[in-house]
Ligand binder design. Structure first.
Ligand code: HEC
Ligand code: HEC
Length: 301
């Protein structure tokens, strides 16, 4: 039997390697990731270095002499993704400038995160014909520089292209929101427990009336970043009657994310707090909304 310390070290070394490989992948530094890519590249005909011919063909062109005329609008493209963008599409234009047909059998991408779409497969390009294909890149869960390659396989050779996407880091607040939303979807009362309570319960403690509304309700209902299913309480039609406010605060809305606030329903609010909230919402709050609506410029007819 091996001494446990050695086992541990072997395990730690294996772990370090995995982590390093994953870090390299996340940096997207262009190292082929899947081992199958490497095998594929090795199996392909070895590219002979070609001087750029007078016609200005790209140096990456590795097809036999008679097929040099397969020309791309660019062999390398870049894209800067916006925060939150889920995918992006590169469109390449390819022209057969030769006098013979060229048959593109497939386009292989260097990672599972990108997919090439051809007009047909195989794709036959007649003499002087040109056409477009696209590569769709899945950006979910990625950030930093994503540098990938693709191979255009033809019946008589292949040609390489590359594309790079810079992806901004995710906003930590968006991640937190998404996580909280999942927790609330499983249990709408979770918002009053554990870590959630510091924002959703703590500030409401001991408060009454308007202050209570701001601490307990406006946190969800009046936040500019709130999720789309959270309605603006100032714009509800019809304007809720006092009993309606009371029922919603006491029981929430089953089957949605609107939690029940009454202590009898495992909520944080005492009967006195609920009374003060119903009074505020059906008087001052309602009056404020009427005044706002009157002051707002009439919408153009
Ligand atoms: C955790 C976030 C959250 C908090 C806190 C919250 N609500 Fe809601 N509320 C919601 C969501 C989500 C909906 C939409 C429910 C749906 O999908 O119909 C909603 C809906 C409502 C509605 C409309 C119900 C309807 O008939 O469509 C009212 C009124 C309401 N809430 C009042 C309140 C009041 C008053 C408070 C404070 C005591 C409050 N909410 C606190 C999330 C919240
Ligand atoms: C750091 C303060 C904070 C904590 C902690 C927090 N929330 Fe929130 N929550 C907010 C704010 C602010 C909003 C208003 C929307 C926004 O800005 O994301 C909100 C909105 C919500 C909404 C309404 C849907 C939406 O995204 O607009 C739900 C549901 C919710 N929170 C559930 C939870 C749950 C469940 C937890 C605990 C797992 C939690 N929150 C922890 C501050 C917090």
């Amino acid at each position: 039997m091996r001494p446990p310390a050695l086992l541990l070290r072997t395990f730690a070394a294996a772990l370090t390697l995995t982590v390093a490989a994953r870090a390299a992948e996340q940096r997207g530094n262009g190292v082929p990731l899947a081992s199958s890519d490497r095998t594929a590249a090795a199996a392909a005909p070895s590219p002979t270095p070609q001087p750029t011919p007078p016609g200005g063909y790209p140096a990456t062109f590795v097809l036999p002499q008679e097929e040099r005329a397969l020309v791309l609008d660019a062999t390398s493209k870049d894209y800067a993704a916006q925060p939150g963008e889920q995918s992006c599409t590169f469109t390449f234009r390819v022209t057969n400038t030769s006098a013979a047909d060229i048959v593109i059998t497939q386009i292989r991408t260097s990672c599972g995160c990108s997919v090439a779409n051809l007009p047909s497969q195989p794709w036959r390009l007649g003499p002087r014909a040109s056409g477009e294909f696209s590569i769709v890149v899945d950006l979910r869960g990625k950030h930093g520089l994503l540098h990938k390659t693709a191979m255009i396989d033809t019946e008589r050779g292949y040609k390489q292209l590359e594309f790079r996407v810079t992806i901004p880091p995710p906003d930590p607040r968006d991640e937190m929101r998404a996580r909280n939303l999942l927790i609330a979807q499983a249990d709408r009362q979770a918002v009053f427990r554990g870590d959630c309570a510091q924002c959703h319960v703590g500030p409401a403690k001991g408060k009454l009336g308007r202050e209570l509304y701001v601490a307990a309700c406006a946190i969800c209902h009046a936040d500019e970043h709130r999720a789309s299913m959270v309605p603006d309480l100032r714009a509800l039609t019809p304007v809720p009657a006092p009993e309606v406010w009371r029922a919603l605060i006491t029981h929430g809305k089953p089957g949605t994310l609107m939690p029940a606030f009454a202590q009898e329903n495992e909520g944080p609010l005492t009967p006195a707090q609920i009374d003060s909230l119903v009074a505020y919402l059906s008087k001052e709050f309602a009056a404020e909304n009427t005044a706002r609506a009157a002051a707002a410029p009439a919408s153009p007819k």
